[in-house]
Design a protein around this ligand. Sequence first.
Ligand SMILES: Nc1nc2c(ncn2[C@@H]2O[C@H](COP(=O)(O)OP(=O)(O)OP(=O)(O)O)[C@@H](O)[C@H]2O)c(=O)[nH]1
Length: 342
Amino acid sequence: MSQKIPATVITGFLGAGKTSLIRNLIENANGKKLALIINEFGDLGVDGDVLKGCGNENCTEEDIVELANGCICCTVADDFLPTIQKLLDRDDKPDHIIVETSGLALPKPLVRAFGWPEVRTQVTVDGVVTVIDGPAYSDGLFASDPIAVQEQRENDENLDHDSPLEELFEDQLNCADMIIFNKSDLLADQDIEVATSEIRDRVRSSVKMVKTSHGKIDARVLLGLDAAAEDDLAARPSVHDDADEHEHDDFDSYVLDIGEVASLDTLLAKLQNAIEAHGILRVKGFLSLAGKDMRLVLQGVGNRLQHYYDRDWNPEETRVSKLVIIGEHDMDQSAITRTILD
Ligand SMILES: Nc1nc2c(ncn2[C@@H]2O[C@H](COP(=O)(O)OP(=O)(O)OP(=O)(O)O)[C@@H](O)[C@H]2O)c(=O)[nH]1
């Protein structure tokens, strides 16, 4: 029998740096031919577009498949399985498959799908890599709020989990073979030490931990973990093990079309206000600026906004300015829109 193709599952919360890690991997693949399956929460397909912009021969546009119909963990049968089957049916098979889950996905149902008979004979999960947003962890974003949890429990006796963010974080840690503690450039050494030692206490002793900036890590460290995670599910407990599927009702996203931007500074100030006033978790998209030939990529994680020009607008494409906005389910979309557009 021919050797199985290794697949790496990259998981981690919204904006942790998964796409940055993959971009770095494409550029340093040591000649390996990669295929990417990119799953995104929100309808804009920003990550896929950013990665296609790399233009690298290790990973051409045809090697990148986007799955934008919600979280991969809940659409494995409809989306993931046919996609991977198509990759495996190709004449020029990839050397390694990388799957980027959405920041809200639970990794375990995806790993379980690799155990399905049609897949397991041809592919094995080389490793589950969980990317952590270092500063967000240190700011306590994933820590449960014991008082709030207790109050929720008193109102709902069936509630058996912590906050949605804490719960996701726990699942992503429990499933990991490797933890990437990212954005270490934004933290002091002492904070990194405290955070990484807390995290180490929460994961299996075999889990490797690496700190990175901008997802820069040697491909030889990231790939080749040889975990066969699909055969090792029992060691990866999930708070959702007893549920058929998990609800994404805790989170919501919408796309805002803001038209041509006259002043980037004004827009950034309004966005900052909206993020702070409405607890927006993630903003990303492309902007058309008046008088500029290039497309601007805008990325917001928590209250940190970044932007850069990625390429010229093509003469045949319509210049649009669209942002996907992701927050908890009760975010007030019309108030957010007013803050940004008025
Ligand atoms: N300062 C700093 N910024 C980073 C680092 N890694 C990623 N970023 C920035 O964080 C933002 C989000 O990075 P992505 O790589 O898109 O994160 P992601 O996990 O793919 O995001 P989602 O797919 O939306 O969940 C971008 O603006 C990146 O440039 C890092 O190590 N340091």
